[in-house]
Design a binder for this molecule. Sequence first.
Ligand code: GLN
Length: 393
Amino acid sequence: MPAETGPRIDPLVPESRLPRVGTTIFTVMSQLAAEHGAVNLGQGFPDFDVPPRLVGALSQAMADGHNQYAPAHGLPALREAIADKTQDCYGYRPDPASEVTVTSGGSEAILDAVMATVHPGEEVIVLDPCYDCYEPAIEMAGGTAVHVPLDPQGFAPDWERVRQAITPRTRMLLVNSPHNPSGAVLGVEDMRQLEALLRGTRILLLSDEVYEHIVYDGARHESVLRYPGLRERAFVVSSFGKTYHCTGWKVGYCVAPPALTTELRKVHQYNTFCTFTPAQLAFTRMIREEPAHYRGLGGFYQPMRDRFREQLQGTRFRPLPVPGGYFQLVDYSQVSDLEDAEFCRWLTIEHGVAAIPLSPFYRSPPAGQRLVRLCFAKNPSTLDAAIERLEKL
Ligand code: GLN
């Protein structure tokens, strides 16, 4: 083939570190929604206001001159507040000095934890469908993601299959509850099995619990931090964005034992160094002055979930159960036989509702699965507008 018609090789551009990564499905669908004026129930973010106290505290912090670097690990007052909140929620108080690190969002904490502990050639077990930032983090560390499927109906882990996936190279297991995209939650029995599975191994646990306060029907969130046998080997990741309706502020934190925290902080301090100072003051006040907010978050979202599910009854979309989080999976097989990605494009462009397909969350999606994810963390008017369009299908 003559050189001019062959692939153009630019000697300055190295081989991609992430050859299989493109633009995230959340960005793709939000852009498509904006282009076509669709109601955006795709990318997960609330469209209602953040608590007024939090906005006031943020402005106050900036007006008071708290605009320079925070300590790399987070403001001591915020780490104290996080420790007390953890005690309040899970009956365990991490040491704020050596076990709590404030990060620029949950994703940063996940990247830091993986980069800090996974060596080239090691394996990290992930449970499919899984959130999109896990595998790129593992690949950047030089590791390999080993994909174990969750049950395709209820999205429960099959711990025996997880056990079979363990090899001498397994460094870490990544779990996520409440689960994105399905909303499934891990129960007490899961935690017991997980504890038994990891006992006596050198396998670390990375627990993505960013939707921890959004659980329904009076259920209790089974945080890894409740279980001594798990937390001794775990990075537990939380998100203020999810808890306080401010995903754009990008503030989260990680709780881990001192030796693991030391390693995580090495990456954190050369990744972002520290997190937006005014927000740290604002979250400190919010935790201290309005604990009812995080304690009551499930109760805040439950009417929204129930109303949306009720509205879906008037459509041909079949809603799956939602035990936690703010996403509703719907089966669209009565509406279309298109594959999910194609279906989401069609739904956005032709019918004005943006959703997220499930296939990008898998290494190999189950054949014939007809599920998409809708975010219901929205004002009633947004959900009404979406339902009006979905009812026509
Ligand atoms: N966590 C959000 C979701 O699942 C997406 C965040 C992002 O766009 N990176 O929809």
